[in-house]
Design a protein around this ligand. Structure first.
Ligand code: AMZ
Length: 451
């Protein structure tokens, strides 16, 4: 039962799916067939038959650039949408994603389910750092067009010969929406004035929204937090990683950041069961690092449902492996750069190299990683605030997004990071661990500050 006393399965829900069980696949085909017969929402004008449609959806799940979203009513899939990322070679449009094929079966219309789908896909695009969401739609899809307008999509053009349906040519409307709105003003905060804001930002702080990545660090199967990465200074917060993943999703988080700590020290995945439990329980994308040192390990976890893998030690020791992984899995490889006073550390942070963090970040950008996660080790788990100066320096040295990590202990630290995005638009998100587990930072407040 949920808080309003109805069985939770009756509450409509939109989510991203990365695998489809037989029942779900059949319900999805049923909904798609019904939408096609009703005359819209999909490219097919007549249904291609069940087998072709099953193959189609199985194929969609295998395309790295496509993300499939479904909406459920009483637990049964009744509609879908797809979010399409730009191909890797399209650097010029790397900031734009496209929404396609949003439809709800006729038997489930009028309940606001299209809205739920759109919200979910849009939030996911925002969480992945996209700045623009594009879509196009036949002019005959009037209710969909009303929905897009209501969501703030801007109609910028009309294609006169967009599609052929029922023997006639229909026009197509092209819409676009900015997802990261730089014009928003950070709400005034009593202590904001005492936070050092780098460089010359305006007095009324502006900045863009940031993704909150709650950290689930795994040691011996449990969710822990370390201080400065020391394994013998661990606080255990939960022995149920799946439940922990659900808790962060229920709190409104749109991504999970997962680290296999034993794996980072051992050089190979060591908390596989816990990671699988997280993937099974997470209805949002998961990024995973710790112990991924070869292509087999990278492939294994991407195939298992992890959206992005984080490579740390191999970024220093085997950049060619990172390059090959980026080629094989465009958009899905992230470099984790962990530094002590600017010098990169590896192997669970037990070793310090003589490479500078910014230098490594540039090399990683060059080999093709989708983003950099930058951790200042001396801050990690210490609750004393993010090393904003280093994060800004790194973000401004690169053209790929930078996710800040290490040191958040108070809502003020999130305000400060957001303020810093004025100087460094490349900062995309922030990883928060201990402060969320200790209740020093409330997830709802954190999401509000960062949104
Ligand atoms: O806390 C630590 N000692 C630690 C940690 N959190 N050591 C490594 N890591 C994380 C990195 C990165 O996400 O921040 O593990 C990942 C890197 O692992 P690897 O095995 O690729 O170096």
């Amino acid at each position: 039962m949920n808080e309003i006393g109805t069985p939770s399965q009756t509450r409509p829900r939109a989510e991203r799916v990365q695998a489809l069980h037989e029942d779900d696949l059949q319900a999805l085909c049923e909904a798609t067939d019904a939408a096609i017969l009703d005359g819209g929402g999909f490219g097919w004008l007549t249904t291609p038959g069940r087998q072709a449609m099953e193959r189609y959806f199985r194929g969609v799940l295998m395309v790295p650039e496509r993300m499939l979203f479904v909406v459920r009513l009483d637990g049964i899939i009744v509609g879908a949408a797809q979010l399409v990322r730009p191909p890797r070679n399209n650097e010029a449009q790397a900031m734009s994603a496209t929404l396609m094929h949003l439809y709800v079966a006729p038997y489930a219309r009028g309940l606001g389910l299209g809205r739920l789908l759109l919200l979910e896909a849009e939030q996911c695009a925002r969480a992945m750092g996209y700045q623009i969401l594009n879509l196009d739609v036949r002019e005959t899809q009037e209710s969909a067009i009303r929905l897009f307008r209501a969501f703030g999509f801007h109609h910028w053009g009309t294609h006169p010969s967009y599609a052929r349906t029922e023997g006639r040519t229909v026009r197509g409307l092209f819409f676009t929406k900015r997802l990261q709105d730089n014009e928003r003003v950070v709400p005034a905060h009593p202590q904001a004035a005492s936070i050092p804001i780098p460089a010359t930002g305006p007095a009324s702080v502006t900045g863009h929204s940031l993704t909150l990545y709650p950290a689930i660090d795994l040691k011996d199967g449990a969710c822990v937090r370390l201080r400065r990465g020391e394994m013998d200074d661990a606080t255990i917060y939960s022995d149920n990683p799946g439940a922990q993943a659900r808790a962060w999703v229920q709190a409104g988080c749109r991504w999970l950041h997962v680290v296999d700590l034993n794996g980072a020290f051992a050089g190979r995945s060591a908390n596989g069961d816990a990671v699988e439990a997280i993937i099974a329980n997470a209805t949002v994308p998961v990024q995973l690092g710790g112990g991924l040192r070869d292509m087999a390990g990278i492939e294994r976890w991407l195939a298992a449902g992890v959206t992005r893998v984080i490579l740390g030690s191999v970024a220093v020791k085997d950049p060619e492996l990172v390059r090959a992984a980026c080629r094989a899995f465009p958009g899905r490889i992230v470099a984790g750069i962990d530094a002590r006073s600017g010098q990169v550390a590896t192997e669970g942070w037990a070793e310090t190299s003589d490479m500078k963090a910014v230098e490594l970040a540039r090399r990683m950008e060059d080999v093709g990683v989708a983003a950099i996660i930058f951790t200042e080790i001396s801050r990690d788990g210490m609750l004393t605030g993010i090393d904003i100066a280093q994060t800004v320096e790194m973000a401004n040295a690169l053209s790929i997004p930078v996710i800040a990590s290490g040191g958040v202990g108070h809502a003020d630290h999130l305000h400060a990071l957001r303020a810093a995005t004025v100087q460094a638009p490349g900062i995309e998100g922030v990883i928060v661990g201990r402060a969320l587990y200790d209740g020093r930072v409330d997830p709802a407040e954190a999401l509000r500050i960062l949104s």
